[in-house]
Design a binder for this molecule. Sequence first.
Ligand code: NAP
Length: 248
Amino acid sequence: MEKVTLITGGSRGIGRATALQLAAEGHWVCLSYLSRREQAERVVEEIQLQGGKALALQVDIANESSVQALFAELDSRLPPISGLVNNAGILLPQSAIEQMDAARVNHILTINVTGTLLCAREAVKRMARRHGGNGGAIVNVSSAAARLGASHEYIDYAASKGAVDTLTVRLSREVASQGIRVKGVRPGFIDTDMHAAGGAPGRIARVQATVPLRRGGEPREVAEAIAWLLSERASYVTGSFIDLAGGI
Ligand code: NAP
């Protein structure tokens, strides 16, 4: 049966690396983007040049009807979905709690938590045996911040990733009998655009001495773990995480 996998946030960073990795392993890849269509189309071209199958679609995971429209389009254009990588997520500029307002916190939670849950819901509706599906696997991209906090910087982001961890474990129990495995990865400091979005473009250089392996990680190092978790090689893994954080 063909492996068909949706990767949210596939235009850049960890999502892009995951799309390339999964396509190289024979998945039909749908990579979504929020606004950077050209970057997403370049990833599609890169995959197609290597003989893989890929498609880029726009979605705002914070918007329920946008998520529903994305899955409806997938239904009409691709074979049934067998994998979801819930990767899209955001970080906002570093801030102490005194400067955090409800709008900021709700914005992060809506994308990182509600968006992740909505995409998982649509995937379950298609994968679950009780809905006529063939099962599948969901990998949620959490963060080492869920364990370590990011105090004085991004406690709202850390809280959102703590919620993703709880969602991952509890959803895994809810859908295990439906043939769906749900697991997560918790990257540490990975070299992507996200740090600039968080107001600290040089963050990895600044913190790498605190990492036992003495460096930040590359997106492809996270992608390798995601690809393994999605595969049949990880057929007995559900409700647990791989930490990819150089020892922190
Ligand atoms: P990134 O380079 O900033 O890329 C973010 C991706 O998410 C982009 O493809 C972006 O689309 C998409 N996106 C943003 N908001 C969206 C929305 N509302 N709806 C749909 N798509 C949206 O991020 P990254 O560093 O690769 O991070 C990917 C995941 O890993 C995130 O969940 C992040 O929290 C997690 N993570 C990252 C690190 C790290 O050190 N980088 C560490 C731990 C965890 P556009 O390109 O169109 O804007």
